[in-house]
Write a new protein. Structure first.
Length: 310
């Protein structure tokens, strides 16, 4: 099956069928990553531009590796040493790059909607690698892939998203994706970091972390995005850790082992203690490995590839 859209802009606008197609396709690419020779000819002759207007370690390297594994020609662009510094707009920048005959653009930008804007102005396929506090669809897809890999399904599983929901594109994409896949979603954090209207998306809200630990199969622990917070939204980092930090002592109240996830980068000792981050139930580094396979699947399918399994 082919995807219904020529772009991946967010999971809000992605159907359940397309999510299933991406996750199924990612399974085959995940196997390729364990082979001695990890390269396939799938995107030979295609050119992908990675356009990063915001810092990134995982997403940027993961996309670059995914593109190399599929034999695409790749160009990586950093706004900080480009003509953006001379005042060139996003649209002008990308139209100039497109004039050099490219096929796909992977974009991370601080403004919500930047990938959507590009999709209307360009002919190329656009993949959202994170747009401000809006969406981060490939992160949510790799999170869902990892839950499915570890727990066997998403349907009926209870996933707790903990922390700074207000500023988290990871949270929003996970909510859209997990809802479509039939998971129960609990949000937990300080009331100042949970948007008022978010219940309308079909999630449950708790303000006490100790009440959710006995209920969840998965805890996806979000980074406190201090750089996006314009005012003090809680008294201190120590207080945040005391009330919402995930620690071994807190996890002792779990009724079963809980899958520990974090999209990175982690603030160790704030939203997650080091012993939890490095524990036997943590799949944080496996998320990163799976991210390459999921991004290979997205690149392949967005470029017009078809899944063999559905
Ligand atoms: N998870 C994530 O988006 O990490 P980076 O900011 O390092 O890409």
């Amino acid at each position: 099956m082919a995807l219904q859209s020529k772009h991946l802009l967010g999971l809000d606008g992605t159907t359940r069928e397309d999510i299933v197609t991406i996750l199924e396709t990612a399974k085959s690419f995940r196997e390729v990553l364990d082979r001695p020779i990890k390269r396939l000819p799938t995107l030979q002759g295609k050119t992908v531009v990675n356009l990063f207007y915001e810092p990134s370690t995982r997403t940027r390297i993961s996309f670059e590796l995914a593109e190399k594994r599929l034999s695409a020609d790749i160009v990586s662009f950093s706004a900080s040493n480009s003509s953006v510094k001379k005042g060139e707009t996003l649209i002008d920048t990308v139209k100039n790059i497109e004039a050099m005959k490219i096929d796909m653009v992977v974009v991370r930008h601080g403004s919500p909607g930047a990938p959507h804007l590009l999709s209307r102005a360009l002919q190329s396929h656009i993949i959202n690698a994170g747009d401000g506090g809006h969406e981060h669809p490939t992160q949510a897809l790799l999170d869902m892939f990892t839950i499915h890999q570890k727990l066997g399904s998403l349907e009926g599983k209870t996933v707790g998203l903990v922390g700074d929901i207000s500023h988290s594109r990871v949270a929003l994409s996970n909510i859209y994706g997990l809802r479509k896949m039939g998971a129960r979603i609990i949000l937990c954090g300080p009331s100042t970091l949970i948007p008022r209207e978010i219940e309308k998306l079909g999630v449950e809200i708790y303000f006490n972390i100790d009440e959710i630990i006995p209920q969840v199969d998965v805890l996806n622990i979000l980074r406190l995005q201090l750089e996006r917070q314009r005012e003090a939204l809680f008294p201190s980092l120590r207080e945040y850790h005391n009330y919402f930090g995930i620690t071994r002592e807190r996890l002792e109240n779990a009724s079963k082992p809980i899958l520990i996830m974090h999209p990175g980068p982690m603030n160790r000792g704030i939203e997650i203690s080091s012993d939890v981050a490095d524990s036997e139930h943590s799949v944080i580094l496996e998320q990163v490995t799976n991210g390459v396979a999921v991004r290979m699947a997205v690149l392949y399918l967005v470029a017009g590839g078809r899944s063999e399994t559905n």
